[in-house]
Design a protein around this ligand. Structure first.
Ligand code: NAD
Length: 512
């Protein structure tokens, strides 16, 4: 056994992982059903944790509401100082956390470390932000009046996250929400419970050491039923939910029904346009990482390549040759490019998509399929595949969460943009061109309709400094950098009269 799970869990402070439901810094002694976590790397059970019951949820919420009353009054730069300390702890535990991400989720160790680095980066960003939660001042139309706006914390923020970025998405939400003065209740994916628990242990220890009450950071464990405790609860001011479009529609409806705030980060169907003016070395590398990195399980994974017909054959041949050099296997072994899919259901979805693209008339350029044998005993490893297809195929219009890439041919530039935009999702997009006119038209209002649009960079691998999210069925939410923090606060407009008169706005007269 090359991988010592027990030591890893102990080093992450999870030695009592089987004891009960973890909230802030204490276990709640209400016994829910067991949720067991199996690694897609080797199929072994990593550990198990009890799921949050309705009763324990009530305790978590009570605790969170109490903690908010304290946390909202802590000056924002002091809240930033606590987030800075969380960043230090993340640096200290970077290797361990990177390993558990890789082992429980199945992405490569390098990508696991990358996710932890993303958490560290967002901590740094949030620390600076804690001194920059700026409001505007306006000039009042009335003499002797002052007008300005200020931003206040919202309250309890519910964070629902997906399996594929089990820790980064949590940090994008919580680090920003915490400096904004909110308290967070996290419902991570039921497929990565131990990775989440490791983050919760780390953050809640820092809050404890600084003397803040349990409940600034809380964790719920379980699936959609536990997620629904949060979405239905009017005490939860904002639900930030990351996952599939189906989940987003259900969550949007429930939270909308109580007129709560919602921030949705849903599925993508991301394309790269490769024009006849592209630097093909960059284009092939960008497309390859985008399509097979994380085994195609990124919301920003490249699903479609829209290629000008004059370079189509060359791109096709070079890609097929590059696919031939990929190594698939244990993601903790740094010689492998690609690890497993998350579970056998994901494998089934992938295999079904391959059948469907064939049935719709797609031609297979690189054959996919399940890998079998001793190294693949978890039955979660697949071969990445490439098909020549058409944009209107039903299967091409859908997000398949696996390494399947569609090559689509175009003649005119307008046609390429129309095809790229002609899908229900609107997350990430890219163009490969050295022609300035093509690049600028692509970024103009008649170009890409996505939330993220790149030139000579692939569709995946965003930096934390920008606002992250997408349009249409991707849900419209923005997280992480830029001014995404505004979603975690409420804006208040204030007008102050420092005269002895009481003039009304718009010059309205009302005298008695
Ligand atoms: P999923 O929709 O199955 O689950 C996501 C989360 O939602 C889980 O925590 C799950 O328990 C919870 N959930 C599901 N139904 C719910 C309901 N009705 N009420 C409350 N909670 C509910 O998604 P997944 O398979 O974990 O992740 C893959 C999907 O996530 C892909 O579609 C991917 O594109 C998307 N994703 C999007 C982004 C983004 O930022 N846009 C980032 C990562 C992943």
């Amino acid at each position: 056994d090359t991988f010592d799970t027990k030591t890893l869990l102990q080093d992450l402070g999870l030695n009592e992982v089987n004891k009960g439901t973890w909230t802030g810094v204490e276990y709640i002694d209400i016994k829910g059903e067991w949720l067991s976590s199996h690694s897609p790397v080797d199929g072994k059970e990593i550990g198990k944790i009890q799921m949050t019951t309705r009763e324990s949820y009530e305790k978590v919420l009570e605790q969170a509401e109490k903690a908010f009353k304290v946390w909202r009054n802590v000056p924002a730069p002091q809240r930033g100082e606590v987030v800075r300390q969380i960043g230090v702890e993340l640096r200290n535990k970077k290797d361990l956390l990177g390993k558990i991400v890789s082992y429980e989720m199945g992405k490569s160790y390098q990508e696991g470390l990358g996710e932890v680095q993303e958490m560290i980066d967002i901590c740094d960003f949030a620390v600076g932000l804690s001194r920059q939660l700026y409001g505007l001042t306006m000039h009042s139309e009335r003499p002797g009046h002052r007008m300005y706006e200020q931003w206040h914390p919202l309250g309890v923020v519910g964070v629902i996250s997906a399996f594929n970025f089990p820790v980064a998405v949590w940090s994008w939400n919580t680090m920003i929400a915490w400096v904004c003065g909110d308290v967070c209740v996290w419902k991570p994916s039921e497929k990565t419970p131990l990775t989440s628990l490791a983050c919760q242990v780390l953050a809640s220890e820092v809050f404890k050491q600084n003397g803040f009450p349990e409940g600034v950071s809380s964790l719920l464990t379980g699936g959609a039923t536990v997620g629904a405790f949060l979405t239905q609860d009017p005490r939860v001011a904002l639900i930030s939910a990351t996952g599939s479009t189906d989940m987003g529609k259900a969550v949007g409806e429930t939270v909308g029904g109580r007129l709560g705030k919602v921030l949705l980060e849903l599925g993508g169907n991301n394309a790269i346009i490769i024009t006849e003016n592209a630097d093909l070395d960059i284009a092939i590398r960008g497309a390859l990482f985008g399509a097979v990195g994380t085994a195609g399980q990124r919301c920003t994974s490249t699903r479609r390549l829209i290629i000008q017909e004059s370079v189509f054959d060359e791109v096709k041949e070079r890609l097929v040759s590059a696919y031939g050099k990929l190594t698939i296997g244990n993601p903790l072994d740094e010689n492998n490019h690609i690890g497993p899919l998350i579970d056998e259901q994901a494998v089934q979805n992938y295999l079904t998509a391959i059948e469907r693209v064939k049935a719709e008339g797609g031609s297979e350029l690189v054959a996919g399929g399940l890998l079998e044998g001793e190294d693949y005993s978890s039955r979660c490893y697949v071969k990445p595949s490439v098909f020549e297809a058409e944009n209107h195929f039903q299967i091409v219009q859908k997000e398949t969460f696996g390494p399947i890439l569609y090559l689509i041919k175009y003649q005119e530039f307008e046609e390429a943009i129309a095809m790229q935009n002609n899908v229900p999702q609107g997350l990430s997009s890219a163009i490969m061109t050295t022609n300035m006119r093509e690049a600028e038209r692509y970024l103009s209002s008649e170009g890409s309709d996505c939330g993220i649009s790149n030139v000579n960079i692939g569709t995946s691998g965003a930096e934390i400094g920008g606002a992250f999210g997408g349009e249409k069925e991707t849900g419209g939410g923005r997280e992480s950098g830029s001014d995404a923090w505004k979603a975690y606060m409420r804006r208040q407009t204030n007008t102050i009269n420092y005269t002895t008169e009481l003039p009304l706005a718009q010059g309205i007269k009302f005298d008695i």
